[in-house]
Ligand binder design. Structure first.
Ligand code: PMP
Length: 291
């Protein structure tokens, strides 16, 4: 496997960064997870826009332009002969000293890994995911904004540990008001009376690229989409619930906190949107071979 690291394409063995990199010492950095479908990188521009906004929020100057990052992502996929896969693009604060001060780090470290990914077993997409609500709250937007896709995922990891300890693989995270924010690595949607709803970004949700795509797809079908504050009750009482994320795509939810959602099987709107999503992801994107 070839990995892009600071301007070079190196082997897995050579793809190493310093123990003084603040990405390692402090989780100081930002990243994106991007999908490649049929030789095209899906929504690459939106991912790069979000990366640059995350970097701006933490005052990290990415040492490459968006155009250079497009080229590096495409080349990493080409070198690995990937047609379908997952790209992890990471920018850390770079090598510094043992203190926190990010301005003493010389230059950001940039690396890109292109590989395959399967987040959940195939059965989950047929039968639906079982969720629990974590007691760990989503980071308060007055602390680190959940809109920043940073290397610091401990908040979400603690919730993920709760899910695994409870015998399932994903957890819902609430904000400090008790409203639903999102899951540990995915956004959440409910279907109520034929209408689709997802928590507002202000409730602590990441501005998910897949979330935006699903909102577009629903609008194309003439389905109303709302962004109200949602409680756990709203989820339990929903007709359908599904999750969205780049790696996970669209995942039906079978139960939450032991309550079956709707029929307990993937609902009709979830299946319809999944089909629309599948078609869209195979029909657009930045071609890695430039054609
Ligand atoms: N929320 C969190 C916390 C995430 O890490 C992710 C990405 N895995 C998402 C939501 C989904 O965002 P996207 O659709 O852009 O992948």
């Amino acid at each position: 496997m070839k990995i892009y690291l600071d301007g070079k394409y190196v082997s897995e063995d050579e793809a190493k960064i310093s123990v003084f990199d603040h990405g390692v010492l402090y989780g100081d950095g930002v990243f994106e997870g991007i999908r490649l479908y049929n030789g095209r990188i899906f929504r690459l521009q939106q991912h790069l826009d979000r990366l640059f906004n995350s970097a701006k929020a933490i005052m990290l100057a990415i040492p490459l332009t968006k155009e250079q990052l497009v080229d590096a992502c495409c080349e990493t996929c080409r070198l690995n002969k990937l047609k379908d896969g997952y790209i992890r693009l990471v920018v850390t604060r770079g090598v510094g000293y043992l203190g926190l001060n990010p301005f003493r780090c010389k230059k950001p470290t940039v690396f890109i890994i292109a590989d395959t990914i399967e987040l959940y077993p195939e059965e989950v997409y047929r039968k639906g995911l079982k969720l629990i609500t974590a007691s760990t709250q989503r980071t308060n937007p007055a602390a680190v904004s959940p809109s920043v896709k940073s290397l610091n995922y401990l908040n979400n990891i603690l919730a993920k540990i709760e899910a695994v300890n409870a015998g399932t693989n994903e957890a819902i995270m609430l904000n400090n008001q008790g409203h639903v924010a999102e899951c540990t690595g995915d956004n959440i949607f409910v279907v109520r009376r034929g209408k689709i709803e997802t928590p507002p970004v202000s409730a602590g949700a990441l501005i998910g690229i897949t979330r935006e795509v699903v909102i577009e797809l629903a609008a194309k079908r003439g389905i109303e989409v709302g962004e109200p504050n949602l409680t756990r009750y709203d989820l339990w009482a929903a007709d359908e619930v599904f999750l969205t994320g780049t790696a996970a795509e669209i995942v039906p939810v079978a139960s939450i906190d032991g309550r079956a959602i709707g029929s307990g099987r993937p609902g009709p709107l979830t299946l319809q949107l999944t089909e629309d999503f599948r078609k869209l992801t195979r029909s657009e994107g930045v071609p890695i071979d430039g054609k």
